[in-house]
Design a protein around this ligand. Structure first.
Ligand code: PLP
Length: 378
């Protein structure tokens, strides 16, 4: 069986974990957490960052930072992972779901514009497959209405919008280091704070709502409770694991790129049969996080997944739309009609893509997809 994903180990993780153990201080926010923050700044241009135990928890920090009231509205895409939404639902805000663009899974700017009201406090965007949303337009729109922009950059490590790293453009951003992402610590995440006004509170929320940062700096003689907060940071063991991966970023990126490009070349001929391959706009870059195909019909998409499974290849769909989820239906509010989110949910398939996928394996995947498209034509 060719799996859909296999977490990559650089081989340096255990050595760095042993170093962390030898230092004898294993709770978070120690030497290795610091080293990860430095690496993320030097290598990716991500400053004022806070390692978290997941992207979900980074988004929960963001939701606390923007201080949502029950009357506030948060506009967010429907075609995304559930963690884009749950942190804002948890704060009691009203969720307003926006549709995707017709030609790309990313959120439509016209939709954002249409949905803004005088109650809108936050827009959350998600850059699908590390391919940027049109951030100039989104930031302009948000500034005009005094709205905070949060980037769900879970897919985005190493990817840009017009040469600016994703995660540095919105006011706040969240990355994921879950085992399915390009750089991983098993579970892990990162909050990036790009607006100074959020920084002091971010320090406290990150550290259980206390001013321990000031205590560590010798500014106060004891630390105490000042704000909302939780235990958001990972242990030093997790940070040591992550550091090993960050140090191998070039190798990881190069391996994924080679596989992604091979899929693209090998499957280009499918466009004549009504399938679409990813189309990278001039303002986007590609960090080769996901290789997806848009199939001509739901029947063909489901048929392709089943056919590949028979050939012992695991391919998967992406996202049940959030706007019509069981959770949103249980609230008894009107479910909006978001045809593009439904379209991508019904037509998109992701192919296996991981560092250790061998040439013979991705070639077998390409051959099987081509076979299916030849057998099941109109
Ligand atoms: C993976 C993912 C998350 C959640 O990341 P965790 O680190 O598992 O919490 C959130 N949003 C998107 C778009 C994701 O793909």
């Amino acid at each position: 069986m060719i799996p859909f994903n296999k977490p990559f180990l650089t081989g340096k993780e255990s050595q760095l974990i042993e170093e962390a153990m030898a230092l004898g201080r294993l709770a978070g926010n120690g030497t290795f957490t610091q080293k990860c923050h430095e690496q993320l700044s030097n290598e990716y241009g991500l400053n004022s960052s806070f390692l978290t135990s997941s992207a979900t928890s980074a988004l929960e920090m963001a939701a606390l930072l923007v201080d949502l009231q029950p009357s506030d509205e948060v506009i967010l895409p429907s075609f995304t992972f559930v963690s884009t939404a749950t942190p804002f639902a948890l704060r009691g805000a009203k969720l307003v779901f926006a549709d995707s663009r017709k030609e790309h899974p990313n959120v439509s700017i016209n939709e954002l514009e249409r949905l803004i009201s005088n109650k809108t406090k936050v827009i959350v965007v998600m850059h699908y497959a590390g391919m940027a949303c049109e951030m100039n337009e989104i930031m302009k729109l948000a500034e005009r209405h005094g709205i905070v922009v949060i980037e769900d950059a879970a897919h985005c490590i190493g990817s840009n919008f017009k040469n600016r790293p994703l995660g540095t453009i919105g006011h706040l951003a969240a990355f994921s280091f879950h085992e399915t992402k390009n750089i991983s610590s098993g579970q892990g995440g990162l909050l990036v704070v790009n607006e100074k006004r959020f920084l002091d509170r971010a320090e406290m929320i990150w550290d259980r709502g206390t001013n321990r940062k000031e205590f560590n700096l010798g500014k106060v003689t004891s630390y105490s409770w000042h704000d909302h907060g939780s235990n958001f940071y990972p242990s030093e063991i997790t940070a040591a694991f992550l550091l090993a991966q960050l140090e191998e970023r070039k190798y990881i990126e190069e391996s994924r790129k080679q596989i992604w490009n091979s899929y693209f070349e090998g499957l280009k001929s499918l466009e004549a049969k009504g399938y679409s391959l990813p189309n990278i706009e001039e303002y986007q870059s590609n960090n080769h996080h996901i290789f997806y195909l848009i199939c001509p019909s739901k029947e063909k998409r489901d048929g392709l997944i089943a056919y590949l499974r028979q050939q012992e290849i695991l391919a998967v769909f992406h996202y049940s739309p959030l706007h019509s989820s069981a959770f949103m239906q249980s609230k008894g509010e009107d479910i909006p009609n978001l045809p593009n989110a439904d379209f991508f949910s019904d037509h998109l398939v992701r192919l296996p893509l991981f560092v250790e996928l061998k040439d013979a394996e991705f070639e077998r995947v390409i051959a099987a997809v081509l076979e299916f498209s030849a057998i099941v034509s109109d």
